[in-house]
Design a binder for this molecule. Structure first.
Ligand code: GCU
Length: 364
């Protein structure tokens, strides 16, 4: 696995590095300010010179925002998605992938997709949960057994159909599905971490989400919300004592350089949702719209296998780099109890039960 330098905010490589005369040298904010909202991505991006991350020999280039580095498997997968769309629509649509949050942090990109300034964005479950609390049960500890169970649920229209369309009327956001984040774990600069006592007083970075705040608090740490792109420097400066994420993010963001103790807590199987602007899809011919939806489903399922392979590679890289990996038992009961405790209203419990039922039915 390649390990690029973690991206810093304010240095948008994708835009500045573009060979397009229109975009070259324009900062992110200047670029977005210049966009006249709907369809703007097409006007500026269509016909760009070909560059890694883009399928541009098409009539309409869709802009896709991603918070990960190019070495993260979601980047390559999104590029394949663009190729699939180009094939399936006979070149009417393609895509350009903007990595490293170069179009904005996830929270900002939700609004930009809603406005039509960006066509699509990959955002963490925690961000969507903040926009629409009905997604909450998909983010809790224990709801998914593993990534195969999660993928079956995310492709089952009887469970996700209405939910994925629920942001359309008022936010103009359509959820196409998404990417697994795999199992998430804890990592710290000091360690080893064997029990909640070892985490006492430690500032652990979390995503802005009640679930994560509660989880880390119950596990014994001090939850500290912060943007993904700022975690490396937070750990380096000692503002944070640790963070939590999957093996692939830990390696591709090079967090092992500043937090060497990796504690396998498996506290939840996360999901990144793929958002598309609703009007973009509505304006497509029905065959193109279906082609895009199908291309996404194929991409999503293929990603599950890519994820397994790359997680094994990341784990090997961690060992090669001297990361100290431990697997204590002390956290499992706390995690299980916390997962259930956050769900209070009947709709949330019904969704949780529907997801769990799919696991039992298929023997996941
Ligand atoms: C994972 C996930 C991202 C998320 C990040 C985080 O890397 O794929 O979407 O932003 O975790 O912890 O913020």
């Amino acid at each position: 696995m390649r390990s690029p330098l973690p991206r810093r905010r304010g240095a948008p490589r994708s835009l500045a590095g573009s060979r397009s005369g229109t975009l070259g040298g324009v900062g992110r904010r200047g670029f977005l300010k210049a966009l006249p909202v709907a369809g703007a991505g097409a006007a500026l991006l269509g016909g760009c010179a070909t560059k890694e991350g883009a399928v541009t020999d098409v009539d309409r280039v869709l802009s896709i925002s991603l918070g990960q580095a190019e070495s993260h498997p979601s980047y390559g997968s999104l590029v394949s998605f663009g190729e699939r769309i180009a094939d399936a629509t006979d070149g009417r649509y393609g895509a350009r992938v903007y990595a490293n949050n170069s179009l904005g942090d996830q929270q900002e990109t939700v609004q930009l997709v809603s406005d039509g300034a960006i066509d699509m964005a990959v955002i963490s479950g925690t961000q969507i949960e903040n926009s629409e609390p009905r997604f909450l049960p998909m983010n809790v500890a224990g709801v998914f057994d593993d990534i195969d169970h999660q993928n079956r649920v995310m492709l089952d229209d009887s469970i996700v159909g209405d939910l994925f369309a629920s942001l359309e009327p008022h936010k103009r956001l359509t959820v196409l599905g998404g990417y697994t984040q795999g199992s998430r774990h804890l990592y710290t600069s000091g360690g080893p971490i064997e029990s909640p006592d070892d985490l006492a007083g430690m500032k652990i970075r979390v995503q802005e989400s009640e679930i994560f705040l509660r989880l880390i608090r119950n596990m014994g740490g001090v939850p500290t919300p912060m943007a993904y792109s700022e975690v490396y420097t937070g750990l380096q400066a000692g503002v944070l004592d640790g963070a939590e994420n999957n093996e692939i993010s830990y390696v591709t963001q090079r967090h092992y350089e500043v937090a060497k103790h990796f504690t396998m807590t498996n506290h939840l199987v996360g999901f990144d949702f793929m958002l598309a602007n609703t009007d973009l899809l509505a304006d497509m011919d029905e065959t193109d719209r279906e082609a895009v939806r199908e291309a996404w489903k194929e991409t999503q399922s293929e990603f599950v296998e890519i994820w397994k392979r790359e997680t094994a590679e990341a784990t090997q890289e961690m060992l090669d780099r001297g990361v100290i990996i431990s697997e204590p038992d002390a956290f499992a009961p706390i995690i299980e109890e916390t997962g259930q405790s956050i769900l209070e209203n009947p709709e949330d419990i019904a969704l949780y039960d529907a997801i769990r039922a799919l696991s039992e039915k298929d023997g996941a």
